[in-house]
Structure formats: C-alpha cells, structure tokens
Ligand binder design. Structure first.
Ligand SMILES: [Zn+2]
Length: 188
C-alpha cells in the first residue's frame, strides 16, 4: 500500500507541472461574488499583459490581499462588474484567477472581447518582475492554449498594443520582456 501511495504521488506530481494546475482560485484568495459575461468568441485569440503600477507582493498572503484590494477598487471606484483582469501574478509566480478563462474583462477596450488580460503586480517601468513571475506566465500561456482556453494561433501583446488605449502600461521594463516572447505582436 505504501508503494502504491508513493507511486500515485509521483504520478500526480508528474502531471501537475504547469501553472494551469496550480491557479490560486477566486475562493482561495477571497473574491467577492460577481456576475460575469462570456467573451463573444471562444476561445479568445490573444493574451495581453499589464502591470498594476501599484504595490508588489512577495508572499501568497500579501498577493491574496492585493487581489481583494484591486477587486474592491475596480468595483467600488471604477464601477466595473469585477476585477478588470482575467488573471494576475505576483513575485512568487503563482497565477491568480481574476475573471478567469473565457470571461470578458475590463482591461483594454480593444482587447476585452478577444484577449485574456493578465496583470503583474507592481510598477514595472524600470524594474522587471521576478524570474518566477515571468517564466510562469509564459508557461501559463502555453498550458492555457494546450487546454483550449486560448486559440491555437493566438497572439501575445501588452496594453500598449491596444490602439484604443493611450498608456505606458505595462511599463518599459516589462514591455521589453514581453517583446521577446513567442507570438508577440506589437499591435494585434
Ligand atoms: Zn494595462
């Protein structure tokens, strides 16, 4: 029996290698209950990177708090249905579920109906996100595509790539990083 348990544990860990298997869910970070809308076309064709231009978070507890703070700000101050982003990531690298897969976000007017919006906590004008946040986000793009949550021919861009937005988001340091990623398109 012990051998079986060890083997089963190994088997589970062998298949639980992607960030898609380890998403911090809405209930885990203490999300409010909201009413969300599906994007008109599934799966979405793009993945758009943002920064929050606010505080970073270095622990799971701190990132949980950040998610709740941003959600409260977006609902209470901006009057949005929920946190604007589909997903977020902090310094530890775990992916956070915002509106989630397939839901229409409020992150860039030209992208909301066709792209997942993904935020990095912090101001990344001159400081890069952590290596964990960067590498997990790239792996997340791949596993989301492999599971059918992004179209096979998807593009990757940033908030600056939205022609309807006039913004410095996601900051020059993060912009330079994303511009090196596979499938990057400056203005999709
Ligand atoms: Zn943005």
């Amino acid at each position: 029996m012990k051998v079986f348990i060890v083997l089963a544990t190994l088997a589970v860990s062998a298949f639980a290698q992607t960030p898609c298997d380890n998403i911090r869910t809405r209930s885990q970070w203490g999300s409010r209950s909201t009413s969300l809308t599906w994007m008109p076309t599934q799966p979405p064709t793009g993945f758009a990177v943002h920064h929050t231009a606010g505080a970073r978070c270095t622990t799971q507890a701190a990132c949980d708090t950040q998610m709740r703070n941003i959600q409260n700000f977006h609902i209470n101050s901006n009057g949005w249905a929920d946190i604007g982003y589909n997903f977020c990531v902090g310094d530890p690298g775990q992916i956070y579920e915002g509106r989630g897969y397939g839901r229409q976000g409020a992150h860039a007017p030209g992208f909301n109906q066709r792209a997942l919006g993904h935020c990095f906590f912090g101001d990344h004008s001159s400081v890069n996100p952590t290596a964990a946040a960067l590498s997990n986000t790239q792996a997340f793009i791949n596993c989301a595509r492999d599971r059918g949550f992004l179209s096979a021919g998807h593009w990757v861009s940033t908030h600056r790539g939205d022609r309807q937005s006039n913004t410095a988001c996601p900051g020059q340091a993060l912009q330079n990083q994303v511009a090196t990623w596979p499938r990057f398109v400056a203005q999709p």
